[in-house]
Design a protein. Sequence first.
Length: 350
Amino acid sequence: MIVKREFGSVYGKPVYEYVLSNKNQMNVGILTYGATLRTLNVPGKDGRLTDVICGYDDIKSYVEGDGYQGAVVGRYANRIAKGRFTLDGEEYSLFINNGVNSLHGGEYGLNTKLFAVCENDKNNSIVMTAVLEDMEEGYPGRMMVEVTYTLTDDNALKINYRAKSDKKTIINLTNHSYFNLSGYASGSVLYHTLRLDADSYIPTDDTLIPTGEIKSVDGTPFDFRTEKRIGQDFYSEDNDLKIAGGYDHCLNFIGGETEEPVLRAELKDAKSGRVMKVYTDQPCVQLYTANFMNNSAYPFKGGFAQHTQNAVCLETQHMPDSINHDGFTNVVLDAGEEYNYTTVFAFELM
Ligand code: GLA
């Protein structure tokens, strides 16, 4: 079932929230602003629904607050060094919004766009579209972006990302939700366990730009191949963790991208009994333990204060700054070529 309601306004236009619910009463709220996942109410072992993502009660916080809460980010999710890249001999420079680098599509990335929505009641899905103009934020190519959210009756939220550009460009799209399976207002996420199907990761410099190295997870805190508590190695003496103030790294899935979404990550919370399985066809995931989530000016839903490490992001994507490193994943999209990836967040009980 899909219910639409108004959620304030931006740019003098109304913002809407679409609430999709399934036969188990699980429901998700999605804003037309940034195609943002605002609420994700999932049943726990106590039979009660709890909202397992961070987010705000008002549109103003989405516009002014940082952290890209629940938003779809792009046209290039993650960082591009000094906001510069070269494509076919042409140099491009992007808006610098993160120290010396460009982050998540620049000043007005996809997370700030008002998406148009087409409802599909039969599939319990909404198709959201936005246009990024040629040279907007410095990127070449007028790009059509289409994000489809589907809520299934087996408690899975499926997100399909499609895009096409009229000129050769670069692209990296993801959703920036912050998960805590006990509920966003329940405290540290370091007690959750995580398994990740990743055998290497990307170390960064102190501006969080890849050094260029692709490093094996063997013997490092980045080895989640066997499930462990997120907190297990969180405070260990590791230079890469220190630089980022926690996990804020791209981990590379074994074998790279796949034809169809496959199971790549499992997040578990013994307290609530909730398990979140992540299926994707993307080659990597940015594991981010909300190391910057401490903006006291923008409390979360119900007035709950922000706090670092109270949630975790699993941003399925391509490698950061790929275009500036040999041997990184291909993020170039040709004119007229279709970009098409899917990530599924599937919920179960332990
Ligand atoms: C991404 C980055 C983080 C941080 C957040 C937004 O996940 O990797 O470093 O910038 O976005 O706060």
